[in-house]
Write a protein that binds this ligand. Structure first.
Ligand code: T68
Length: 819
């Protein structure tokens, strides 16, 4: 393998500054002397885009005219984070930017901070899509990311005086969209509703209405690959002209109704993770972006052809379905092939099943999408016919394989009964070549539990691709101190494109000078975070305490409750003197989490965490010993600051519930140690970094299953552990609600009577491991040594490796120019 070192563009900083100045004067009409930071930011983005343009055109040209199969990543979410630092790094323009902007009298840091990050995703799934398009471009693989250009991304979170979550719309486009390029000439028509009629021997869909899908393109520059791919996000517009007649009758709102209705489709990202919001609009969104993307791929690869040979489509592009959200693409491609291009069913089915693959991101049954057949029928009547026909043929195929009738019934894509449902995960499994889980344990449980019937009949369809994260954003950019130290230790910066090289750090864990440097880097990161946090939130965590972070969506299965109960127990021990102050390891516990707006239990947990933070932080007895910090609006920017500063990472989901987790990978790569259950990718992280460098606790999957079967009694654990009893009683008695005993009643009742995710059962083990953690932390060098071993052995968790696994096992394609 060629070792790729950091790219550096030929452009000088003088040229960069000149280009920015020209842009300001000639395009934006602003004299550099009167420009504000936002003006400079806009101009800088334009210069960077311009600079990438030639490579973008060349990549597209090679993709269309070469013979390397492309990847079409279909994802309803891309949680991108800021674009400027990443684009500068990948374009090799970081130094030129810094010097050039300074020469114009501006602070590069402020210019970077002028960006409002596009938060077009909810959590791990959306961030994974962003990591994968970065890796695809960095590996030089021709790829399109396809998605939706939401006008409003994930809501902005604040907390009210009672500590409750308040959601505000995230109008990320308020300052314009300098990275996006709207391409009106590549718009696609997307139709909805109406009916299907019989015409001769053909079924003809007569839609009732349609919208225009306008692509907004983002450049995705690879790191040191010279390739620039495309992220194409679709925006919905109306075809209908402004209705002057209605307007003249003074019905001003009525005159714009068609526009408003059409634009609603790409208006807002659903702030849901893990559960399904059964809204028509959501299905409209899904079909909207998938139909536009399929039409776009055909137009791209068969330009100007009225009768393209679509039998070759699977050789030109494969579509990866990022969870079930884009699965309506399967019947859509069937419809296009049969109705628009005249293929017969078998030919269309062969093309379709070779074009699609499906990634599942959950194990929670309630998160597996199901649409009522009635809803699909009213919105997409032709698609419902096709789905029913897929189901009919599938059932007869199963029967001919000798599958028993009970099993066939369980496997039906369209359920029986009065209100039939279309099971999108099943449709994806049947209508594509491969299905993959996102960590080894998850892929195994998919086969053994969630999709067991399918894996029995189609064992070869099931794959595992353990998730990965991009080392560019999450190490190189987020943690410059550690990056420099790694480069020094390895004698090369080639690790940024080949993360396996981190293995070379392993011997340095025994080098006292290196260990000392590592300790200094972490210390500096903690001080930087404290300063950032003071500026942003008015709260300055003490870098002399251990930074203990739990950052992820708020969900019962992720068990933020376990953490807060442990914090309360510790608080109680300080208050009642059970804990000797001299023996306490000072900690700052940092939470970052948004809850789905309709998820009452999650929102109540947020309120509890905020109030525990308030009580503890205003209690002089805990000063210097225990502090809780819950910064609002956890997002990519905050992650980039917090992760490098963290000592202890919490991955404490109930075993068998977290599909993978990806922050666990980011933390390990940034030299935090993890306390976690045997769940998701924790299993593989622990295997790689070594059991002695990972704090394992809690029930394992077979024990969880057994407890469910035997009948789980959370109250018995509460009765058995004084620490737990005290903590729960404090919540129930109003210590964190100014005496109001009802404030957290639903939470307390759930803990004691239901506790589906077994927080009570894991509490003792979680408390007990704390002393192991604290003893390890007291040995400063020993801890740093463990952290170095985490970094050295986490190279596997690069999204480059994950994408290579997809290329080899599922997509069967590779970099451009190697055919
Ligand atoms: C996450 N899923 C998994 N879903 O929870 C996590 N869901 O274990 C895994 O690491 C990650 O995917 C990447 O594989 C999600 O993030 C969603 O955000 C989501 C969004 C809409 C509807 C359902």
């Amino acid at each position: 393998m060629v070792k790729k070192t950091a790219p550096r563009s030929q452009m000088t900083s003088e040229e960069f500054a000149r280009a920015v100045r020209e842009r300001l004067e000639h395009m934006q009409g602003v004299a550099p002397s009167s420009a504000c930071v936002d003006d400079v930011y806009q101009a800088v983005v334009a210069v960077v885009r311009d600079h990438l343009m030639d490579s973008w055109l060349a990549t597209k040209d090679m993709m269309v005219h070469g013979s390397t199969k492309a990847v079409g990543y279909l994802s309803a979410e891309y949680l991108l984070g800021s674009q400027l630092p990443n684009s500068l790094l990948n374009a090799g323009l970081t130094d030129q930017f810094e010097q050039g902007v300074r020469s114009l009298g501006f602070d590069p840091e402020q210019v970077i901070e002028a960006e409002h990050e596009p938060g077009l995703g909810n959590g791990g799934l959306g961030r994974l899509a962003a990591c994968y398009i970065d890796s695809l471009a960095s590996l030089g693989v021709p790829a399109f990311g396809y998605g939706i250009h939401y006008q409003y991304g994930i809501f902005e979170q604040s907390f009210d005086g009672q500590g409750r979550q308040v959601e505000h719309p995230d109008y990320w486009l308020a300052g314009g969209d300098p990275w996006g390029h709207e391409d009106l000439n590549r718009s696609r028509r997307v139709s909805f509703g109406g009916r299907v009629v019989q015409e001769g021997g053909r079924r003809v869909w007569e839609p009732a209405w349609c919208v225009k899908a306008v692509p907004v393109d983002y450049l995705v520059p690879g790191y040191a690959s010279g390739r620039v791919n495309t992220l194409r996000l679709w925006e919905a517009r109306s075809y209908d002209e402004f209705d002057l007649e209605t307007f003249n009758r003074s019905d001003y709102l009525g005159a714009v109704k068609p526009q408003v209705e059409a634009e609603t489709i790409s208006k807002v990202l659903y702030p849901e993770d893990s559960t399904l919001e059964g809204k028509t609009l959501r299905l409209e969104q899904q079909y909207f972006f998938v139909a536009a993307s399929i039409a776009d791929a055909i137009a791209t690869f068969y330009p100007g052809q009225d009768h393209p040979d679509l039998a070759t489509l699977p050789d030109r592009i494969c579509f990866q379905l990022n969870d079930t959200h884009p699965v309506i693409g399967i019947p859509e491609l069937m419809r296009v092939l049969i109705d628009d291009y005249g293929y017969d069913w078998d030919a269309a089915w062969s093309i379709t099943t070779r074009t699609f693959n499906y990634t599942c991101h959950t194990l929670l049954p309630e998160a597996l999408e199901e649409w009522s057949a009635e809803l699909i029928g009213s919105l997409l009547p032709r698609h419902l016919e096709i789905i029913r026909e897929i189901d009919r043929r599938f059932v007869s195929d199963l029967a001919s394989r000798g599958t028993g009738t009970d099993q066939v019934d369980r496997m039906r894509i369209v359920t029986a009964g009065p209100d039939p449902k279309v099971r999108m995960a099943y449709l994806a499994t049947v209508g594509g070549s491969y299905v993959n889980g996102v960590a080894e344990l998850h892929s195994r449980l998919l086969k053994e539990v969630t999709l067991k019937d399918f894996s029995q009949v189609f064992p070869d369809k099931f794959m595992n691709v353990t998730n990965g994260v991009t080392p560019r954003r999450f190490v190189r950019l987020a943690n410059p101190g550690l990056s420099d130290l790694i480069t020094e230790g390895l004698g090369t910066d080639a690790w940024v494109a080949d993360l396996d090289l981190l293995k070379g750090l392993e011997p340095l864990a025994d080098d006292p000078a290196f260990v000392d440097r590592f300790i200094q880097v972490k210390r500096q990161n903690k001080e930087d975070f404290a300063a950032y946090s003071r500026r942003r939130y008015g709260f300055e965590p003490d870098p002399d305490t251990m930074f203990d972070s739990i950052v992820k969506r708020l969900h019962e299965y992720k068990r933020q409750s376990l953490k807060i109960l442990a914090v309360i127990a510790q608080y109680a021990a300080i208050k009642d003197g059970t804990a000797d102050p001299a023996g306490i390891l000072p900690r700052t516990v940092i939470f970052g989490a948004k809850a789905a707006p309709g998820y009452a239990m999650a929102k109540l947990t947020i309120r509890l965490i905020n109030n525990v933070a308030r009580v503890i932080d205003s209690d002089p007895e805990t000063r210097g010993l225990l502090s809780v910090f819950y910064p609002r609006n956890y997002n990519i920017e905050l992650a980039e600051h917090l992760i490098p500063a963290t000592d202890l990472d919490e991955q404490i989901s109930q075993a068998g519930k977290e599909a993978s987790g990806t922050s666990n990978m980011k933390f390990a790569l940034n030299g935090a140690l993890t306390v976690g259950t045997l769940d998701g990718a924790n299993v593989e992280i622990r295997e790689r970094v070594g059991a002695g460098n990972f704090f394992l606790f809690g029930l394992e999957v077979p024990e969880v299953t057994r407890l469910y079967e035997e009948g789980y009694d959370p109250r018995s654990y509460y009765e058995a552990d004084r620490r737990l009893k005290t903590a729960v009683d404090m919540v129930a008695s109003g210590v964190f609600s100014d005496g109001d005993r009802d404030a957290y009643k639903p939470l307390v009742q759930d803990w004691l009577n239901k506790d589906y995710f077994m927080t009570m059962a894991d509490f003792s083990a979680y408390m007990d491991i704390q002393s192991t953690i604290e003893n390890a932390y007291r040995d400063k060098e020993g801890w740093a040594r463990k952290a170095i071993l985490n970094v050295a052995n986490s190279g596997y968790f690069s999204s480059d490796r994950a994408v290579e696994d997809y290329l080899r096992q599922i997509w069967h394609t590779g970099p451009l120019g190697q055919e």
